[in-house]
Design a protein around this ligand. Structure first.
Ligand code: SF4
Ligand code: SF4
Length: 179
């Protein structure tokens, strides 16, 4: 199955999951998603203040190559909950399918967790110690959100969305819970 089809099927399944959730499960999930998005924005703001825009532009996004598996299931759920439709271009390999000439097509709060957490040596060297402490605390919170949401839905939300979608062809979403 093509990556494009896996992407579409994965998101369609997540949208269905969201609409089928009971109000009792949906409320805490939306709270976790809201914290997940806000945590990513805060983390990105710290690197932005260290002038990541200039540094990353000069580097031409070397850490953004081959990024098709960066979006995990919880990142996908975050896009669905926000009602944002993303059209990746899987044909532009080795460029990340979620990028365009101007950079990442995703705003910071909706970028993949792996991308948001990655701080290369060039960037890290610019951060004061206090920012490093903040980054660690934010990373821990993001991982906690992911873990709590996984427990809530009984789905391992940290796996790449495309790999998860591939399993949907063999096992419906209900049977995937717990893997
Ligand atoms: S985070 Fe580092 S490796 Fe990635 S684009 Fe920015 S400067 Fe380059
Ligand atoms: S999703 Fe965005 S930040 Fe992550 S690798 Fe792709 S272009 Fe880079």
């Amino acid at each position: 199955m093509s990556d494009q089809k896996l992407w579409q099927d994965g998101l369609a399944s997540l949208n269905a999951l969201l609409s089928d959730l009971s109000p009792a499960a949906k409320k805490p999930l939306l709270e976790l998603l809201s914290g997940y998005r806000a945590g990513k924005e805060s983390l990105a703001a710290i690197t932005l203040a260290a002038d990541s825009e200039t540094i990353c532009r000069d580097c031409a996004g070397q850490c953004c190559l081959n990024g098709k598996y960066r979006v995990n299931v919880f990142d996908g759920l975050s896009l669905c909950a926000a009602g944002i439709s993303v059209m990746p271009d899987f044909s532009q390999k080795p460029l990340c399918p979620y990028s365009y000439a101007g950079g990442c097509i995703l705003e910071s709060g909706l970028r993949p967790l792996d991308c948001i957490l990655f701080v290369c040596d060039s960037l890290e060297g610019r951060l004061p110690d206090s920012d490093r402490v903040d980054l660690t605390a934010l990373e821990n919170n993001l991982r906690k959100c992911l873990s709590e949401a996984s427990q809530l839905l009984n789905i391992h939300l940290g796996i790449p969305l495309l790999l998860w979608a591939e399993k949907l062809t063999d096992q419906p979403i209900q049977n995937q819970r717990g893997i």
